[in-house]
Design a protein around this ligand. Structure first.
Ligand SMILES: [Mg+2]
Length: 176
């Protein structure tokens, strides 16, 4: 089975879009304020109000049932409260998939063994780190915008990339 790590915010849950909206509404722009804001957030309510991107958990179940992928959710968190809320949410909708929470100051590529594993993430920084550790980065983008990594706009596109056979090699390493 192909090891597959899925980012949560901006890939499965629509939390990124929702939090930008909330931060904008409250005029929060400074990094420290943003971190403080995430720390005080009621994450259970926030996850519910954000909702999933494009029925992501149903798609993940389809990927899981294919037995092609060994799937784990790999998500950055700012607080224990956030970690707990995310674990609770996925225990409800995807009990078969493990959720690994990583505190923001640790790289995802340092938290798990990246080598030969896929990471689907919407944040290029995580994908760069993943690539450096010998992992297979795949950019999730709702716009389908090109970047140096193979991009998908729908999690089910992962089927078309299997078997990998070098299909996810970097295109134009210096293009940023
Ligand atoms: Mg993300």
């Amino acid at each position: 089975m192909q090891k597959l790590y899925l980012d949560c915010d901006g890939v499965i849950l629509n939390t990124i879009f929702n939090s930008y909206k909330l931060l904008r509404e409250q005029g929060i722009t400074r990094e420290e304020e943003i971190i403080a804001y995430y720390k005080q957030l009621d994450w259970d309510a926030f996850i519910t109000s954000s909702g999933e991107i494009d029925n992501a958990s149903l798609k993940i179940r389809t990927l899981y049932e294919s037995r092609l992928f060994d799937i784990k959710i790999l998500t950055h968190v700012n607080s224990e409260k956030e970690a707990l809320a995310k674990k609770n949410y996925f225990r409800g909708v995807l009990p078969e998939v493990e959720v690994i929470t990583v505190f923001k100051d640790t790289k995802k590529a340092d938290a798990v063994e990246a080598k030969d594993a896929i990471l689907v993430d919407d944040y290029l920084g995580n994908l760069e780190d993943w690539y450096e550790k010998g992992g297979i980065p795949i950019k999730f983008s709702d716009s389908g915008k090109e970047c140096q990594f193979v991009s998908i706009t729908n999690l089910l596109e992962l089927f078309a990339l299997m078997p990998l056979n070098g299909k996810t090699k970097r295109r134009g390493v210096n293009k940023k």
